[in-house]
Design a protein around this ligand. Structure first.
Ligand code: PXL
Length: 287
């Protein structure tokens, strides 16, 4: 059992980019994880003027070479974390630096969450390729929890992607992903039921106890929902919830965020998760 009960001093470090505008990465993780009552430190992998999906001409400041100095300063200050949660990473070299940060700054019983945010809908995000995916696979292997969507899973596994995997195929993919995690797989994007969106939740220590967690499906494609889901999953897990329960809470939170956004045609770049934050405590208690 991964030790992740919350104490008064639970501190998380999240490593992902700051997209200044666009409701993703750190601007999503910081408020959501904090709303779960967790102190959230950030290590920005890059600073962009916007995210890369649907905007053009954005700025991109790569912060790769800042990471070792930040790590050294934290070492000097004796700063440690109960969990490290990684998302969008700016360069291949950063993946090595992040392994060092995990080795050096995670408490001995600390927990690692890896969201291999690099692809969706059958394609890499701009700037990523198979070499990056293979290296991301190495980072995943340090994760107590990995949270890929089906596209990311297929790149990790060198498998062809399609938009509509059957239930058996999803279970097979989740099982194959076992070699890319220390313990838990949360595979998002099971669409085999018409009106439900499923997540496969697998624990390597109990492979026969594989679960599918469903939320109502909303026919709406939006950016940033993976980050909203992962952040809520991390928050729920660090509050002591079991993976299937955390997946259900994160799925509900994401679904409600989409519902708040769907009627606004000018808001395709992200979801209005802020409108659901007041409901988070009830959601955490009810599931
Ligand atoms: O939501 C994933 C994400 C995070 N950060 C940046 C992105 C994307 C997806 O496109 O471009 C900069």
């Amino acid at each position: 059992m991964v030790k992740n009960d919350m104490s008064d001093t639970t501190k998380i470090l999240t490593i992902q980019d700051i997209s200044c505008y666009g409701q993703c990465s750190i601007t999503v993780a910081l408020p959501i994880v904090s709303a779960f009552g967790i102190e959230t430190a950030v290590l920005p992998s890059a600073v962009l003027s916007t995210h890369t999906a649907g905007f053009s001409g954005y700025t991109f400041r790569d912060l790769t070479e800042d990471l070792p100095d930040i790590q050294k300063h934290w070492e000097k200050e004796g700063i440690y974390f109960d969990a490290i949660y990684t998302g969008y990473i700016g360069s291949i070299k950063q993946l090595d630096y992040i392994k060092d940060i995990i080795d050096s700054r995670l408490k001995p019983d600390g927990v690692v969450f890896v969201d291999p945010a690099m692809a969706d809908h059958g394609e890499f995000y701009y700037g990523f390729d198979q070499e990056f995916a293979d290296k991301m696979g190495e980072l995943c292997k340090l994760g107590d929890y990995i949270l890929p969507n089906t596209t990311e899973a297929c790149y990790l596994l060198h498998r062809d992607w399609k938009p509509d995997f059957t239930k058996d195929e999803m279970l097979e993919i989740a099982n194959e992903l076992s070699r890319f995690t220390k313990r838990h797989v949360i595979l998002k994007g099971d669409t085999h039921k018409e009106d439900k969106l499923g997540m496969i939740v697998l624990d390597k220590d109990e492979p026969s106890n594989i679960k599918i967690v469903y939320n109502d499906k909303i026919d709406y494609v939006s950016h940033g929902t993976g980050d909203v889901f992962a952040s809520a999953f991390v928050g729920a897990s660090m509050n002591g919830k079991e993976p299937a329960c955390s997946a259900k809470i994160a799925g509900e939170f994401t679904k409600k965020s989409i519902e708040k956004t769907i009627d606004d045609p000018d808001h395709g770049y992200g979801v209005k998760f802020e409108k659901v934050l007041p409901e988070l405590y009830e959601l955490l208690k009810s599931i």
